[in-house]
Design a protein around this ligand. Structure first.
Ligand code: RB5
Length: 177
């Protein structure tokens, strides 16, 4: 079965994204989440969110995001629950991240590596499968528990703020009783 992969990039990664699509679309189903044209003023979170959502919501199996360094893409992608993203600029990390940590988004820096290395990294990442070994499941469960805890805290903070009055009731000194 062909893998379904979402790919996105800002201006820093635009050319590399186009080339990776050309090279990989023969063997993958690729969904291009933009940018769809080069815009030197665009912002990576706008494309990161498209790829990260597609992965988190199960629209695709994996995601690849490219920016200048890969760092901004990685930081932003990891804000979405269900996403496990990392910059990997060596092939060991690109496959081991999937095998041990169930990495589902690969972030690349087009100002750091060339397209040949990027292609090899993408292939290593996409060919890898989570090991399913007990110790890796145990560690992943601990990571997922941290994510659930963080979501619970956010929900609690929202419901606490809903309990607070919007406008503080001001005390006045002209009370009559
Ligand atoms: C854009 O100039 C650059 O900051 C962005 O592509 C990325 O490298 C951020 O991490």
């Amino acid at each position: 079965m062909r893998l379904n992969v979402a790919i996105g990039a800002d201006h820093g990664g635009f050319e590399m994204k186009q080339e990776l699509i050309r090279r990989l679309s023969g063997s993958l189903d690729i969904v291009d989440k933009g940018a769809h044209e080069f815009d030197a003023n665009d912002d990576y979170p706008d494309y990161v969110v498209q790829v990260a959502r597609a992965v988190a919501e199960g629209e695709v199996d994996r995601g690849i995001i490219i920016c200048g360094s890969g760092v901004g893409a990685c930081v932003a992608a990891n804000k979405l629950p269900g996403v496990r993203a990392s910059v990997c600029h060596d092939t060991y990390s690109a496959h081991q991240g999937v095998e041990h940590d169930d990495l589902n988004v690969l972030c690349l820096g087009a100002r750091v590596i060339g397209v040949e290395v990027a292609t090899e990294l993408a292939v290593a990442f996409l060919m890898a499968r989570f090991s399913g070994e007990e110790r890796h499941i145990r560690r992943l469960e601990k990571v997922l528990a941290l994510e659930r805890e963080s979501l619970r805290r956010q929900e609690d903070a929202v419901s606490d703020s809903e309990l607070e009055p919007e406008e503080p009731i001001e005390e006045t000194d002209n009370d009559t009783d």
